[in-house]
Design a protein around this ligand. Sequence first.
Ligand code: IVH
Length: 675
Amino acid sequence: MTSADARKRHAQLAEDLRRHDHAYYILAKPTISDGEYDRRLRELIDLETFRPDLVTPDSPSQRVGGAPMDGFAPVIHRVPMMSLENAYSAEEVREFAARVQKALPETALSWTIEPKIDGIAVSLRYERGVFVQGATRGDGTRGDDITANLRTVRNLPLRLASGVPEILELRGEVYMPTAAFRKMNEERAAAGEEPFVNPRNATAGSLKQLDPKVTASRRLAVVVYGLGEVIGAEPPSTQSGLLPWLESFGLPVPERVWTAGSTDEILGSIDALDTARRGFGYDTDGAVVKLDPIALRAQLGVTSKAPRWAVAYKYAPEQAETRLRSITIQVGRTGALTPVAELEPVFVSGSTVSRATLHNEDEIRRKDIRVGDIVVVEKAGEVIPAVVRVLPERRTGTETEFQFPRACPECGSGVAKEGTADGEGVVWRCSNADCPARIRGRLEHWCARGAMDIEGGGEVLVAQLVGAGLVLDIADLYRLKPDELLGLERMGEKSAQNFLDGLTASRSRELWRLLFGLGILHVGAGVAKALARAFPSLDELADATVERLVLVGDIGEVIAKSVEGWFRDPANRKLTERLRAAGLNFASTTYRAENAVASGPFAGKTVVLTGTLPTLKREEAAALVEGAGGKVSSSVSKKTHFVVAGSDAGSKLEKAQALGITVIDEAELKRLTGT
Ligand code: IVH
């Protein structure tokens, strides 16, 4: 492809992807399939690999997350980011409206009522329509620069429609949709990681990531509802006019907004929003009441932390009181001991709650939860039931402190605290790899739909197989005989056959399913897929070192160490050999050499160094190539992608020229690798 062709194709793809992003995320009307979208995005990224000069800050390729950062730079907010005063009752809303009316006598007031999205406040700066900077609120005047992470938020336009002011700074909220939150927590649980408590915490954690690729995997979304600095145009004069104006540039705005002309209408809208928000796909914790005419706001001014022209009405989270009957401990596949509150059943937010997670020992201690206590339960983030607090005033003296076991309740082995991927060491784990609970967990996980997808291999059958001593590990499954299955209680011929057929089918499943099914700590489905794309077979992966593994995109040191450690364990090696003998597929169908290393200008490329370079030693040049994802080879062949030539380059240079291979010099090497 000529240089001009590449530029044209790049512009075409970028424009195309932007249009589809808008159709998908703003209009909610996708025009192409996810597969086709990924194909075009891949082509764009491939093109940019060869032509780094085509990369722009608003290229759709920036969505996948750039290089990790050392920290976040400070950003000074030119217009301070304020918070809001809260109101917890209709009375407080009336007082607020009366205060405003008093300050603006003889003015007929009008209001907007917007959902208060429960996320993290951000400031977004667009210059000439291009997203150039995004920051957290921080202390209101100074926040953190999280631009790279915000670029990965899929409904945030990296470029706005034409006609925008020269400088347009927006205020909005980043949040994690409920469905994405659920999915992420399921994946974390499957990878043996601590789940997040609610979508807001998950959002905060995702935005604080130093590796934008992690943020990219978190499926965040943004909504904008206000302005910061604006230069070069006069924005609409009302809040109700501002939102459609912003929407016309392609920005996501609150999905429903109410207007009111009186205090009674404000309260009616707050109620209407309370009903509507139950159907939103994200958490809202209140209604923001704003004075509609923006010019009038200046006359009211601000207090030290909040404007006087708006108030946040907070809906009471649905809570209920009930008695904590006991605390049980669940032992998971990874050996994690999770305390569970066994409650007297109580109705909260539309369903009966009889169990709630207590997360870990520290949480029980922090909240001083005792068995027999009357506790307040709440659907945290309207998703997982949680014990919010205890009511000490309701204690009778018969409550007992819970002793967190120092031995596994399932097998009696010792327990140890280990750090999680996020570095917090709060989880006790059973140290016995052969704990029956862990064995059952591993077998259930192997059979699960997201892993090897073996029909019938659920909790009940697995417990029977382990209980009868027929199966101790996943390889044993493949030695099961029909008679052995039929000998189990309530096992019919048809179910037995279905299970055996499921096992047969699982022998040829894709490699990533097997990898995920092995239950290696931190290897969720996404990581398993990345590994299967980067290694041709299980054998290559099993021999990979940490240094090699971290070159793969999406794989950081924690995961790499876990993978290396798992395959270094002789017991696991024995297990994989038995799986091989049982006829399981170890080859990857999704492997492509260029996936073997993280994307970099030389990702998947073979480079030959020849001659004497002006400033770099050979090893230094090789390190640059490898650091950018390339492989250094000593001889030139048709498979060589680049030759870096210095002075006195001899036969290798000639051969490269004869084969039409691109020859670059040291300066170009430095430029490509950003040195
Ligand atoms: S307006 C100058 N509108 O709630 C005040 N805030 O408790 C600007 N929030 O810091 C805020 N949804 O992070 C506004 N529709 C909405 C909102 C909203 C959520 C957040 C925002 C703010 C916090 C105040």
